[in-house]
Design a protein around this ligand. Sequence first.
Ligand code: ZN
Length: 318
Amino acid sequence: MSLETPGLHHVTAIAGDPQRTVDFYVGTLGLRLVKRTVNHDDPGTYHLYFGDEEGTPGTNITFFPWTDEGRPGQFGAGQTKTTTYRIPPGSVDYWRDRLESRDVAIEREQRFGETALRFTDPDGIGLELVAASGDSSATPWTDGPVPTDHQLRGFHGVTLAVGSVDATAAVLTDVLGYELEDEADDRRRYRSAAGGPGSIVDLVETDVGRGRMGVGTVHHVAFTVESVEQQAEWREAFADHGLSPTEVIDRKYFQSIYVREPGGILFEMATKGPGFAVDEDPAELGSELVLPDHLEDERERIEAQLPPFDDPTVDASD
Ligand code: ZN
């Protein structure tokens, strides 16, 4: 049996000011801050995870906030253009009103028979909400600022921009088990054979040249791996395709391998578990800075470097 991924696990981007990021993703989009930790590869920077109530794989957008002094990124080939979340079909007007009332400029678009609301986050990262019926990968956040009936329901997909789609398309179809589903204008739609939420990857070509990673760009896109045992098979599958995957890296909440696809985008393959409750009570997710064990001795120094921020859903008077 060939390997399959059910679809997206998380998307990780580089933000500027962490307070602005938290205000937007929690306060405006109604995602829960499910983990407040540091970038394991750069402990002077936060790693903030936003998702559904439990941080279920397939719902999480995560950020390295470099602060506003960080180098600005530039969109271009080899980058994720848009991260798309699903909303219930009856929630399009709710989200149009909510975003407009917060001065978020939106464009409405029909594509492949779907209604999409397009906008960017405060750092310029491309986002979309697509009205989608059917399964949801998300657990509603009952204490969130958005009524559960209207909440984001996990990923729909991502749009990847590359100079030329063929090599990236071959990785999708020959390694990741995606199939070409539709084509319109300059967009090719692929869906993972397993289907379900978060199973779409759209490819578009861009002629603006190579992008530059920095504030306001996506760092990598992660796909879901069913088990730790499968990681070895995924490594082999990428290597057989002529690519160079990393060793398996322990990210505490999941086990990962990384591979740069030929179009320039960094792919990650992340296991479903063990998940975010491994070092925090599920009711308390994201409320405190948690560190990987090997950095615990340096907590005081790390905390002193990180800019403080408030979660808008937590009453400061508590
Ligand atoms: Zn990742």
